[in-house]
Design a binder for this molecule. Structure first.
Ligand SMILES: Nc1ncnc2c1ncn2[C@@H]1O[C@H](COP(=O)(O)OP(=O)(O)OP(=O)(O)O)[C@@H](O)[C@H]1O
Ligand SMILES: [Mg+2]
Length: 286
């Protein structure tokens, strides 16, 4: 259970997130959409405590995570894995070491400083990579992977935190449509199988509709839409994107439904993901 209560973030006079209030009563896959500057990144960053909120509370299982300090704050950041558009990996390190870095803040300072990992860490990292379809890449340097593969390494690193929530800030914005489909399929599969909330900032309506149960639309820092993906009518989209009339969905589209059956991803995301992985492999060898 997550409860956002009047969460506000101001930068000087500019209110980036304005009194956001909503509940998440059960684990959901939530897409946060809105125009550039709507406040989506700021919202995720203050939830993860990367940036301090100006006011408001966020209760997670009864604890206001915005008031946590020291070790308690670090524990929350472990529970709340963050995935970034630019992956935030260490390019010159190999894949499996990057994944194990997800464990660092669970170890003492000395072990963290010298990057000393246990056999359990290694086994868990390899299992996470296997789950993301990257087992054979474990010893490859991250900088030699494609963008889609790097984002899956970042997700595997997030899984190493054994998170209760995954936040993803435009995880597919730098990817081609096929890689985007694999990455979104992976996030959906984690939500379905592990039963955790995934909150994902997305630029495009069609991706939100395809992968998310619930869509939150932001405009100028406020929540202007909150409902099931199916309720995202052209009128609702107009309110979110602020188009006066005749919103052309193409401007909010990445044509991600390359498999031709976007809804399939909701009912069987792993199948869609595997299909895309095969297609990705074919494209790579073509
Ligand atoms: N560190 C900062 N200092 C000052 N203003 C900021 C800062 N970070 C964000 N803002 C402002 O807050 C508003 C919301 O920014 P934010 O990055 O959250 O939007 P966004 O919805 O993620 O946009 P995009 O889709 O382009 O990523 C913008 O007007 C932005 O300029
Ligand atoms: Mg952003």
């Amino acid at each position: 259970m997550i409860e956002f209560k009047n969460v506000t973030k101001a930068f000087g006079n500019m209110v980036a997130v304005n009194s956001v209030t909503f509940n998440v009563d059960k684990p959901q896959m939530i897409g946060v959409i809105g125009r550039s500057g709507a406040g989506k990144s700021t919202f995720l960053r203050l939830f993860n405590r990367l940036t301090p909120a100006t006011s408001g509370q966020i209760f997670v299982e009864g604890t206001d995570v915005l008031s946590l300090k020291g070790n308690a704050k670090r524990r929350w950041q472990k529970d709340c894995a963050m995935i970034f558009q630019q992956f935030n990996l260490v390019p010159r390190l190999d894949v499996v070491t990057n994944v194990m870095l997800g464990r660092l803040n669970q170890h003492g300072t000395l072990r963290s400083m010298f990057k000393i990992f246990s056999q359990q860490d290694i086994d868990d990292a390899l299992a996470a990579l296997d789950r993301l379809g990257l087992a054979e890449r474990a010893l490859q340097r991250v900088e030699t992977l494609s963008g889609g593969q790097q984002q899956r390494v970042a997700i595997a690193r997030g899984l190493m935190q054994q998170p209760k929530i995954i936040l993803a800030d435009e995880p597919i914005a730098s990817l081609d449509p096929l890689s985007a489909e694999v990455v979104m399929g992976s996030l959906r599969e984690i939500h379905d199988r592990d039963g955790i909330t995934v909150m994902c900032n997305l630029h495009t309506l069609d991706t939100a509709r395809t992968y998310c149960d619930r869509v939150i639309g932001m405009a100028e820092g406020r929540v202007v839409f909150d409902g099931p993906a199916d309720a995202l009518t052209p009128e609702a989209a107009r309110e979110i994107y602020g188009a006066e009339e005749g919103l052309n969905e193409a401007v909010t589209s990445t044509s991600i439904s390359i498999s031709g059956a976007p809804r399939r991803a909701r009912s069987n995301p792993s199948a869609a993901g595997q299909g895309a992985q095969v297609a990705e492999a074919n494209a790579a060898t073509a």
